[in-house]
Design a protein. Structure first.
Length: 59
């Protein structure tokens, strides 16, 4: 399901060895990790995701 998260809860996935350093901008289709829970009773963790849309401060 599609969800929206503030940029403060989104980070880039670890860079591959082929990715130049300092290329940490968000754009459509980029693989990211999102700080969230699967259920309210669980601890927060970083979940893999992909940027589908960008609006002001949410991805």
């Amino acid at each position: 399901p599609l969800s929206r998260f503030p940029f403060s809860s989104v980070r880039r996935s670890p860079p591959s060895r082929h990715e130049p350093p300092g290329t940490h901008s968000f754009s459509i289709g980029v693989k990211v990790e999102v700080l969230n829970t699967a259920r309210d009773s669980e601890a927060f963790g970083w979940w893999p995701a992909r940027v589908k849309e960008i609006r002001s401060n949410v991805a």
